[in-house]
Write a protein that binds this ligand. Structure first.
Ligand code: ADP
Ligand code: MG
Length: 317
């Protein structure tokens, strides 16, 4: 490598910590981190592989952003305060301009949420980016997938499906450049950390939509031992999506698209009105169904049960 491993880390991935709970950050054998009393440590990790999670030619800023965003989304889904991240980087070669842009994308998102990079690993190999994000939450308030009860109302945040449509536009060559709003949603989706925190103690169950709303709803139901009714006519379809695709295609993007980092959550009906009033200023919220007894996810269109395609993404299927 033109630039040695040590210089590379020094140059791109170490800077004075901005958090007082980082007792020791990059540079020693391991980081020393202080978890506030009464909180549980929340840990999540996700890996992005070139050719599988992002295409060759993806802007390096976006790879840095996405690698952290996908992890912060998992912390959001737990209701956690994000604090620290570790970065494992496998690089085929050292290209300083690539590294500078990658680090800029990663740090921009980290700084937006007060997250400090406290360590990692750097090796030569195919382009693979693994981040581990760490945060904390009062254990009794952590949002889990397992608390949904029959009768709870089912909500989703924001505009699921836009990122998948952005990816489809990139792959199909129909994107209106890098400023195409759907492409931007794909390359720079924002994790819903503020919403996750606001749902603590209010949502009975929550998860982030990463493999498609329909498939992920199935996972939430399995974890909670319940079924659900999904009202297709209630699905949020953004103006941009509706403008670009037929209703059918929009629904498919919403039901099976991942990468938007929206949150799917359940709320007891008696808490719903207040929750909507309190959380609407944070982001759009749409009620899309109801939790039911049983173990099936039923899709209804105007009250009539309908078969829909739209399983989630499974690496081993
Ligand atoms: P060791 O051989 O003990 O694993 P390394 O040389 O791999 O040490 O790492 C030295 C220091 O640099 C450690 O504190 C490690 O956490 C940090 N580090 C290595 N790679 C990265 C990276 N890509 N991003 C952030 N910190 C890194
Ligand atoms: Mg190492």
């Amino acid at each position: 490598m033109a630039l040695g491993e040590f210089e590379l880390i020094e140059r791109f991935f170490s800077r004075p910590s901005r958090r007082r709970d980082v007792l020791l950050g990059v540079g020693d054998d391991a980081a020393l981190l202080e978890v506030p009393p009464g909180r549980a440590l929340v840990a999540a990790t996700d890996t992005l592989v070139e050719g599988r999670h992002f295409l060759a030619g993806t802007p390096p800023e976006s790879i840095g952003h996405q690698a952290l965003a996908v992890n912060l989304s998992d912390l959001a889904a737990m209701g956690a305060e994000p604090a620290w991240a570790l970065l494992s980087l496998s690089l085929p070669e050292v290209r300083e301009s690539w590294l500078a842009r990658f680090a800029a994308g990663l740090y921009a998102l980290a700084d937006a949420h007060g997250v400090e990079l406290v360590g990692g690993d750097t090796v030569r190999g195919p382009l693979v980016v693994t981040i581990e994000a760490l945060g904390f939450v009062e254990p009794a308030l952590a949002l889990r997938r397992s608390g949904a009860k029959a009768g709870d109302l089912l909500y989703v945040s924001g505009w699921p499906g836009e990122a998948a449509a952005g990816l489809a536009a990139l792959q199909g060559g129909t994107a209106a450049g890098v400023a195409d709003p759907l492409v931007v949603r794909f390359l720079y989706a924002e994790p819903r950390l503020a919403l996750g925190r606001a749902l603590r103690g209010r949502a009975t169950a929550a998860m982030d939509v990463s493999d498609g709303l329909l498939g992920d709803l199935g996972k939430l139901c399995r974890a909670s031992g319940v079924g659900a009714r999904l009202d297709l006519e209630c699905l949020p379809i953004s103006t941009e999506l509706a403008h670009r695709h037929e209703r059918d295609a929009c629904e498919r993007f919403v039901l099976s698209g991942g990468d938007d980092y929206e949150l799917l959550f359940t709320v007891p009906p008696e808490r719903a009105e207040q929750l909507e009033a309190d959380l609407r200023p944070l982001c759009p919220l749409t009620r899309i169904g109801t939790i039911e007894p049983g173990d099936r996810v039923r899709c209804l269109r105007d009250g009539v049960e309908t078969a829909v395609r739209g399983g989630g993404y499974d690496h081993f299927a």
